[in-house]
Each structure stands twice: as C-alpha cells, then as structure tokens.
Unconditional design. Sequence first.
Length: 280
Amino acid sequence: MPAARPRLLYVTDLAYEARGRRYCDEDIFLTSRLRARFDLALCHPLDAAALMDGFGAVVVRNSGPVLGHQQAYDAFRARALATGARVYNPLTGKADMAGKQYLLDLSAAGFPVIPTVGRAEDLHLLPAAERYVVKPMLGADSLGLRVAPAGQVAALASGQVLIQPCVDFVHEVSFYFIDDDFQYALYAPDPERRWELKAYAATAADLEFARRFIDWNDLGHGIQRVDACRTRDGDLLLVELEDLNPYLSLAALPEEARDAFVTVFTASLSRFVHGALSPA
C-alpha cells in the first residue's frame, strides 16, 4: 500500500483585510501547490486549537494580527505546547512572535536596529529628533502607531510602548528566509508607497546584516522576514523581525521565483513533518 501522505492544518484568515495587499490570494496560491505533496485542511485561527489534533503539523500563515484574536491564539499556543504539537513556525521565536520587547533588547545590546527605548527616563539614550514614533509593545500592522513631536513624547512613555526617533530613510527593504536560508529580497523605492514592492538585489553586506538577526533568533525551521530601512548614510537598520506569520508578497515576484520559493517551502515542510513522524 502507498505510504500515507502527511497531513497539514493550514491556519489562515481568508477574509482578513490588509492595507495595500490581499493576504488571501497568497494562501490560496500556496495551498493549491502544497496539495501536491500533503493532505491539507484550512482553518480560521479561531478554530485552530479545537482542530489541531491528528495533523502532522500546524502551519500558521496569513492569520492576521494576533491582537485580533489574542485569547484564541493564547489557547492555541497553550494547547500546542501541552500536547507537543508541531507548529510551523515553531513557537520558540524570540522576535514578533513574543511581542516587541526584542527591539528594546537588541537596541540595548548594540545591534543595528532603529534606536529604541520604552521609558521616559531612557529618552536621553535616543538620538535627538524633532519627531518620534510611539508604538504599542504588542502592536502589529501599524495598529496604535503614533508620531509625536519631541516636546510631547515623554508624556506618552507609559512603559507599554516603544519609542524611536523618526528615521529619514531612503527606502525599506525586506529579506525573506526559509530554515535559515535566504530566498529573495524586495524593497519599496518610494517610502510613501510601502506596499509597492520590487525585486531587490541583495549584496553580501546586506545578507550579513540580515543573517545577524536570523542567527540571533535561532528558530531552526520556518519562514522569517527581516524588515529594514536604508538610512541616508547607506546603513541598514532593523525595523522588525517577523517570525510568526510573515506576509511574503509573492505576487511581487516573477513566476520562476515564486516556483522556486514553493519548492523550498515544500521541502522544508516535508522535513519538518517527517521529523515529527520519525521515531525518537
């Protein structure tokens, strides 16, 4: 008899509306290709905890910001950890998966990130600026983000926010990795149109920058997106490290690049699931 095909529970919110892009198109495309290798079921993030048993792995993809279903996500995470369920990306991520504390930690440790503090008494550690960005510690998708003049920022430092100087940057660029391996890069030439992305030819120095954060996170399996901005001096600074459900902007890639990504993604999932099915 033929060997049973691995079973995946693919978590996505096909109705989620995001500014400037349609998350559902990406997951419809990916699942249509993954079905060649896996038995696949799609579910909404609100249903993941109840449906996750009996699958070789749970794949969390474009499920929308966790803030929109925090209680359900916490229940899913707790059940997965209690039962030993295999979740892709693994739940050990130290970056956006765990909130924004990592930006404070990396900034304090001297990593090339946008300088970040969380308390009024630490504002002197930031470069002087006319305006500052204030964002919630548990923010996502720019929810709750505010820009405040220097004279007002101290009053907003509640301890549950991140404070950063407004950086005058040339463009934003994102580097996409699967299982620690670089796949492609995209950038937004116009800072005012951040979701109009084009292919970006990453240099060796660019990849050295991005890999510092991939190595720091030490996730092992899964998809990660390193978002950075290019300053007027030519340096890259980390904006965020998305390690929970990074949107991939696959529609911005040529067909052959999308096919290459699917091939690598499928191989990664196969290794992940077969590792779970193999005896210890």
